[in-house]
Structures are given as C-alpha cells and as structure tokens.
Design a protein around this ligand. Structure first.
Ligand code: AMP
Ligand code: MG
Length: 320
C-alpha cells in the first residue's frame, strides 16, 4: 500500500511516500525569506510554486505513478491558514483525479510518530520543539497529553527572533548553535518556568537589550544554556510524574546537539534512555505525514477541513 503525505503548515512544503509503512521518498523545500520572518501569504505562494515539482520528485524517487497512490494524507493543522490551504487543495486534487482516499493528520502527532518509529522507543516522554510549538507530551489513556507547553511563543520562534536582531537570516537556530560553541561567559538570563509551562517573551525582551552590549558568542551560549535547561527540567518532571523511562526530542530544534546532550545527561542521571532522531525527520517533512496517515488508516473522517489551531490532545488515538 502506498501512502503519500503532504506537509504545508508553515515554511516548508514537503511530500513523502511510505510503502507499507516504510519511507521510500521524502522531498521538501523550505521558504527562506531574504529578510524578516515568515509571512503566511508568501509561504502559501512558495508552496503553490513548488508543489508540482516536489510531487514529481517524490513520485520519481519512489519509482511509482500517481495512480498507484492508495491514500493521501495532509497536515490539517496547527499552522498558518494560507499555507494549510495549499496542502488541503493538493490532497483533494490528487484524490479527485486518481481516486486516493484522503486522511487528515495532526501535524504535531506526525512529529511524535516519526520520532517513535526512528528511535524505536515505544512510550517515551516527548519534547516537541519547533518554530511555532513547544510541548512536553506523554501518551496516556488513548491520547497524547500535553503536560507542559509554552505560554507564549515557540522556542524556535524565540531563537529566530533573537537571531534576526543579531543580523542572522532565517532560520537562526543552526547559526546560534555554532556561535554558542565559542561562548565563554554565562550571562544570567530570566529562567521562566511555571509549573510545567515555560514562557519566552520575557527572555526575548531581556536578550534584545543586551545584544550589541555583550559578545554575540556569549549571548548565544547563555541563551541556549538557559532555554534548554528550562525545557529539560520540564521534561524531567514529566518523566518522574508519569513514570516513563525514555525521552525523545523532536521538531526542528531537535537538530540542536547541545539540547540533545542536555537531554542525555538528564536521562543518564535518572537511569533512563534518550535517543536522537535522524536529522532528516527532525524538522517539518512529508514522510511523517504519510507515515501517520498510514498508521491511522482512518478513511471515514467526517471533518477533512483545515484546523489552524488543531491541538495534539484533542485527537483520539485508535491505532495504539
Ligand atoms: P520546524 O518548524 O519543526 O521545521 O522547526 C524550525 C525551527 O527549528 C526554526 O525555528 C529553526 O531556527 C529551528 N532550528 C533548526 N535547526 C536548529 C538548531 N540546530 N538549533 C536550534 N534550532 C534549530
Ligand atoms: Mg513542525
């Protein structure tokens, strides 16, 4: 059985194909604005422009034809409305033209499922960190429960905003990570964790004021040390509370090796395991949507519209 998955929630348009649950193609392109952040309309224009080429590239890579596709999955949300509409339209067009069944997928759950698949960890606490999302998630009673989350902006967003103020183009994550390696001085920054939730706008204001006054290397280093410590603290508390003995970090920010290192140290100290997911599947991609649609096998969904504020914990998981 061939399942094609389309990802279009934000800056990335991705097309993945799985054959009987194994990934055989994963093509994508990310909008990188020359300056400033992502404008939803521009993301949609990017996706419309690249969709035909990426679809063809994925189909060719898989060595199949469009008519071989049995199911087409798409990201229903959460995400930017104009960007989500592109995935919706492409999925429905493929369905009309080639007779594939449509499955709507929650983008966050797709990140979690691809992480479980590639780490082999069955029931971990998951730290999901991307541009727009920051959540600590565990599986309980047929749902992915959000134990803790950001009260304002996503951690990737914070990193990108601060990077932009330091003159770095989007996405700033990898550049900040590099710069942080040469940081020597730890500048005390606001450590904002309330219960299980974190908050980042105070950090944004504080750091904005010290940019230019402190060395960029030291700012990057202190920023990473502080925000990652907050995230790992929340994850550890979720592990203790839910008695789970493994951790997976997923989402675009999971590409950061310092964050993974900190997760590993925390796990080692409590006799738990943590495994890294392959870089290819850390950020937004079509393969995770195809794979999750394959797991769901839910061909009778009543609501196949886009859901810009689709929450992880509203989805009933029937396949676990
Ligand atoms: P996603 O929305 O899941 O595709 O994740 C994109 C976000 O991941 C952006 O905010 C990037 O800045 C961030 N990101 C990518 N690579 C890294 C990295 N090495 N360190 C920190 N953040 C990163
Ligand atoms: Mg994402």
């Amino acid at each position: 059985m061939y399942v094609l998955g389309i990802e279009s929630t934000a800056h990335t348009f991705g097309v993945g194909i799985v054959k009987d649950g194994e990934v055989i193609a994963n093509e994508r392109d990310t909008l990188k604005p020359a300056q400033g952040g992502i404008i939803p309309r521009e993301a949609a224009a990017h996706h419309y422009r690249l969709a035909p080429m990426l679809l063809k590239a994925a189909i060719d890579k898989a060595g199949i034809k469009m008519k071989d596709i049995d199911v087409v999955g798409f990201s229903q949300g959460p995400g930017l409305i104009p960007a989500l509409k592109v995935g919706y339209q492409v999925a429905h067009l493929i369905s009309e033209k080639y007779g594939a069944k449509v499955v709507g997928v929650n983008h966050c759950i797709a990140h979690l499922e691809i992480a479980r698949k590639y780490t082999g960890l069955e029931d971990p606490v998951m730290l999901y960190v991307s541009g727009g999302n920051t959540q600590v998630i565990t599986y309980q009673g047929g749902r992915y429960l959000v134990f803790g989350e950001t009260q304002d902006i996503g951690v990737g967003n914070l990193i990108d905003k601060i990077g932009r103020k330091m003159g770095m183009p989007f996405p700033a994550g990898p550049k900040i990570e590099n710069m942080a390696r040469s940081g020597r001085k730890y500048i005390k920054l606001p450590y904002s964790i309330k219960g299980m939730d974190v908050s980042f706008t105070g950090m944004e204001t504080f750091v904005s004021r010290i940019i230019g006054r402190e060395k960029s290397e030291d700012v990057s280093f202190s920023l990473q040390e502080t925000i990652f410590a907050m995230l790992i603290e929340a994850s550890e508390r979720a592990m203790a509370y839910c008695r789970k003995d493994s951790l997976v970090i997923t989402g675009g920010v999971a590409a950061n090796s310092r964050l993974n290192d900190m997760g590993e140290v925390m796990c080692r100290e409590r006799g738990a395991v943590s495994k890294r997911i392959p870089l290819e599947y850390a950020g937004d991609n079509g393969a995770m949507i195809a794979y999750t649609a394959y797991l769901m096998k839910d061909y009778r969904q009543r609501d196949l519209t886009i859901k810009p504020r689709y929450r992880t914990d509203t989805v009933e998981i029937k396949y676990r």
